[in-house]
Design a binder for this molecule. Structure first.
Ligand SMILES: O=C(O)C(=O)C[C@H](O)[C@H](O)CO
Length: 352
């Protein structure tokens, strides 16, 4: 992999890879973290850059995050980030998210929309020029919502949501309409998709979490199958796909095998968040990947059948005994489980 970086980090080096297991949901690629990734048998990661904080507290002084800038990221810094990861023998498949502050006015049509959009376009261009093939994003100005936590098997702790426990306060200055959020979204796509196409980056849309109709006065656009079809059809492009979060789709109560077939046959699944919940909106809690609403092996097989050849990462996981903030133990369990399922699938389909 180090030799890949000598080729300027061309995104084409990902094209020949099979469906594989990765890790993500962290923004601190320290040497220690990267060693742990390798110890789990994983060679593919994404970084989940949800905050802007150049002095991010979990980074040792000599490993400060190379990304700087409170509205956009430079190509030099993104290359440095990719090279740091490749030096550990790991591929950087995606940057998931920029901080909400980078594009809040783009989502809500605020006064800084045009300036934020220009910066966002530059960042997407830089992600592509740095040889990182995917930019995962969401359209949720108020982020992810949970109302509490609960215990699942053996007392492992998981997050939970119950709409009855929400208060009625607004998260922003006023109530927003569904129509204006769609209009802002379409404007965003018309601006960013040509850039993504030019530099060969796949933009991958994460669902609204939780997939309620609205939260805090803001519509949660990406809450069902129908709205995702509309999102993919608005500005047709081979570079617009899904960050298929199985947990959120499970929260929606949609038919997961059908969703995988629909988007998979169109080559619109960019990568997968593999997690599950029990229950659906308006009340659910997260759980182990082998205890939720869906049949996890059926979904893995469906992904394979439609020819999905990207990365599947554990997403949120239960917090096990003596676990860390990042759930090292919970994630190790999910990675092992996914590896076992993938191996079983390969054994079943060998020679087909
Ligand atoms: O809520 C989820 O399922 C997530 O994975 C949250 C993540 O922050 C995701 O990046 C939202 O875009």
């Amino acid at each position: 992999m180090a030799s890949d970086s000598n080729e300027g980090g061309s995104a084409s080096r990902f094209e020949e890879l099979p469906m594989r297991i990765g890790l993500g949901q962290f923004m601190d690629p320290t040497e220690k973290r990267l060693r742990y990734v390798k110890q789990l048998g994983v060679e593919d990661i994404l970084l989940n850059m949800y905050q802007y904080d150049p002095d991010y507290e979990h980074m040792p002084d000599d490993e400060r995050m190379p990304l700087e800038g409170d509205g956009e990221w430079s190509v030099e810094n993104l290359i440095a980030l990719r090279e740091r990861i490749e030096d550990a023998g790991i591929r950087l498949n995606a940057i998931e998210n920029v901080p909400i502050s980078f594009y809040e006015d783009v989502m809500l049509g605020g006064p800084n929309r045009d300036e934020q959009l220009e910066k966002l376009k530059r960042t997407i261009r830089h992600i592509g020029e740095a040889g990182i093939p995917i930019f995962g994003y969401h359209w949720a100005p108020a982020g992810v919502w949970r109302t509490g936590s609960t215990a699942v098997r053996g007392g492992a702790s998981v997050s939970a949501f119950d709409a009855d426990e929400l208060d009625a306060s607004l998260t922003h200055d006023r109530e927003y309409t569904e129509a204006e959020l769609w209009e802002n979204y379409e404007h965003f796509l018309r601006e960013v998709i040509p850039v993504a196409e030019e530099v060969g980056v796949d933009l991958c849309l994460h669902p609204s979490d939780p997939p309620m109709e609205r939260l805090g006065g803001v519509p949660q656009l990406f809450r069902n199958f129908e709205n995702f079809k509309r999102a993919m059809d608005l500005v047709p492009s081979e570079n617009h796909k899904l960050d298929l979060c199985l947990g959120c789709w499970s929260q929606m109560g949609e038919n997961l095998p059908e969703v995988i077939r629909y988007f998979g046959e169109r080559d619109e699944i960019g990568y997968v968040h593999f997690r599950d919940v029990e229950g659906t909106v308006p009340a659910f809690h997260e759980t182990f990947v082998d205890e939720g609403n869906y049949d996890e092996y059926e979904l893995l097989c469906a992904l394979d059948e439609v020819g999905f050849d990207g990365m599947m990462i554990p997403d949120h996981t239960p917090h096990l005994e003596d676990d860390t903030d990042w759930e090292h133990r919970g994630r190790a369990y999910t990675v092992g489980y996914l590896r076992g399922m993938l191996r079983a699938r390969r054994a079943e389909t060998r020679g087909e």
